[in-house]
Design a protein around this ligand. Sequence first.
Ligand SMILES: Cc1ncc(COP(=O)(O)O)c(C=O)c1O
Length: 406
Amino acid sequence: MGNLERLYSDRAGKMRKSVIRELLKVAQDPEIISFAGGLPNPNSFPIDDLSTVIQSVMKNHGKNALQYGTTQGLTDLRKSLAERAYKEGFKDVAEDNVIITNGSQQALDMVGKLFLNPGDTALVGLPSYLGGINAFKSYESNLTGIPLDEDGLRVDVLEDTIKELLRENIIPKFIYVIPTFQNPAGVVMPEKRRKKLVDIAHEYDLVIVEDDPYGKLNYDMDHIRPIKAFDDDGRVIYMSTFSKILAPGFRLAWTIASEELTRKMIICKQALDLCTNTFTQYIANEFMRKGSLDLHILKINEMYKPKRDKMINAIEQYFPEGYTCNRPKGGMFAWVTLPEGIDTETMFLDAIKHKVAYVHGKAFHVDGGGERSMRLNFSYSSNDQIEEGIKRLSSVIEERLATINA
Ligand SMILES: Cc1ncc(COP(=O)(O)O)c(C=O)c1O
């Protein structure tokens, strides 16, 4: 083949490989203890229960489950999800407000496609989920970062930033937020701040994209109402996924939004895949309808909470002084910031030599920050691997600190 470069679109030239996907490749060496991916623990997958459900789907719905479906998704599944959402505090939600997507990742891409022209601006957290950043960047947008504190996105800075952008005649198209057990920082936005965020979006007439894959992986908190529960005028696009509470291999997630936004997103989705996997939609619906999903979530939380404790306790025991780390109340990640002088991106190669992997903080920052931070996943590894991996990481950090202080 000749010179393909001259044929690619400008957009293709600007696309960036996902750092995480690249890291996951390196971390595939079986000797490496990987804290890098956001993977559920494979021992959590309810294989026997799902086998029974799959047989029942084949027997009772085989002809439809193997057929194309509508772009919006299986009506029964949308109904089940709308009912659950209503119980959790969503207002005015019915199956017409729900779209079943091929993972939340697809929903993020749909949002980019729907709102972003080249050069447009969207607002994201510092730090923020890398897959969201990449999806929005692929539409050639500019992403402006809003810092987080221990209560999530700083709404005071958000408001100042919006004002500043408007003064320059830049209308930020949406605010992307992961309010509950944030990826990567693990923090939770309290209700007061959620309400304030909705007020700000109302005042400046903006859309909020609420990404909530981890809300159900809750180890220490009472039920937390989503931002969408405070949305009176249909400006919040809510999304969640079966990836972390059932199986990411299903590639099954959902959005909840106003009918107008739902209609628009369905059009975006039509060209992407015609429809989401029909078979897994039937399976997930039956699994949920027979009450297995709620029991399964309880089991996952029983499995992950001790892993969270194991990791945080090991960090407290082994890491050299000068780091900061929260004890996340849910989710899958610990977020650690190391002493001045350490660059976690260059330290990654040392970590691989010591057979341990993480994701460096810069990957989650659209402003180039985060060089001293790292994200550590605690759901995937066994408890012994967590202890051993943290010991290995401590040696890597100690070696780095010794060269800095030499
Ligand atoms: C914040 C966030 N959003 C979206 C996704 C994508 O999830 P899905 O597997 O549903 O595409 C992830 C996956 O890790 C995530 O952490």
